[in-house]
Design a protein around this ligand. Structure first.
Ligand code: NAP
Length: 299
């Protein structure tokens, strides 16, 4: 069933908490099934936290806790604020080479002296469960198999769970960061939406937004996108999250104008975490299957 994009008396709330909980139940069942397979190793997510940003520490803890809830292990690597690019690259090399590690999460942002792009790109593609490498982005953009960037991939799962039709719809993504706005726009293109990607140099953002059937706000500025800009009947996804538990969309007219929207909190955030867990389990399954193929080939 698809949710028609039309002005609705009562908008659908795209409940990320409930959708993520259902996904986590499925992952838990799948993890138990795989655990019974001969030669399958417990999936391990290695998390790297550099520096002492309390919000980043909280996100990493939430991601590790989520792994634990479905029977996955995690390994925490915590590095000091003054870590250099070379030191971080060496940590990533060690995790790439470790057969017990199936996924690597480098928590963004890293301290400014570090070349974050170089470090993201050092993560082995098969362990890039947060979908941050250039190679993974390129493959995803071409519609080839790759782990999607966790936040936009989680948003796509949420839209699908609610039957939001994307084919032929006009979508506007506000924000072009490498791990959110850009992959989001590409995933929407892959889902056959007609996409406009807006950023800080966009002229007349309000009129771009007012033409969209689907709006994804990923600006990183609290209450920046005015709900009065939203076209009646549009679907609004708010990826922003700020102190005070507010998003990027100013909500005063949201419920009156939208056909569906994500709450903040409880929309995009839980989907990001569930997607990371799902992709870690998938990485472990793929590693196990590759091991079996190699064993069969050498018989
Ligand atoms: P970011 O790297 O700071 O990128 C922000 C983007 O917004 C940039 O592309 C920037 O354009 C654009 N922008 C800034 N000012 C603008 C303006 N006046 N008009 C139009 N565009 C403007 O942020 P991010 O990492 O993508 O994160 C965005 C938000 O999502 C943040 O609130 C963050 O906390 C949240 N987030 C949530 C999750 C989650 O799991 N819930 C995960 C990741 C991020 P330029 O490129 O031109 O500078």
């Amino acid at each position: 069933m698809t949710t028609a994009i039309a002005a609705a008396a009562k908008p659908v709330i795209l409940d990320g908490t409930a959708t993520a909980a259902r996904l986590m139940e499925k992952l838990s069942r799948k993890a138990s099934e795989l655990a019974r397979e001969p030669g399958f190793r417990t999936p391990v997510l290695a998390t790297i936290l550099v520096g002492d940003d309390p919000a980043s520490a909280t996100y990493v803890r939430m991601k590790r806790d989520a792994c634990g809830r479905v029977g996955l292990d995690s390994r925490a690597i915590v590095l000091p604020q003054h870590t250099s690019t070379a030191q971080l690259l060496a940590e990533i090399d060690a995790l790439n080479a470790d057969p017990d590690v199936h996924g690597i999460l480098l928590q963004h942002p890293v301290p400014e002296q570090i070349d974050e792009r170089a470090c993201f790109d050092r993560i082995a593609l098969r362990k890039d469960v947060d979908g941050v490498t250039s190679q993974g982005f390129g493959l995803m953009a071409l519609g080839e198999p790759a782990f999607g960037s966790a936040t936009p991939a989680g948003i796509m799962t949420l839209l699908e769970a609610y039957g939001i039709e994307l084919t032929g719809r006009r979508a506007v993504v506000i924000g072009r960061s490498p791990i959110l706005g850009r992959p989001m726009a590409q995933m929407l293109v892959n889902a056959n939406a007609t996409v406009t990607l807006c950023h800080s140099r966009t002229i007349a953002l309000d009129s771009e937004v007012s033409r969209a059937d689907v709006v994804v706000a990923a600006v990183g500025k609290p209450h920046f996108v005015q709900s009065g800009w939203i076209r009646p009947g549009a679907v609004v996804v708010d990826a922003g999250f700020h102190p005070g538990r507010v998003g990027d969309v100013e909500p005063s007219q949201l419920a009156a104008r939208c056909s569906a929207y994500t709450p903040v909190p409880g929309g995009v955030g839980p989907m990001t975490i569930a997607t990371l867990v799902a992709q870690t389990l998938q990485a472990a399954e793929l590693a196990w299957q590759a091991g079996r193929r190699n064993a069969n080939a050498s018989r």
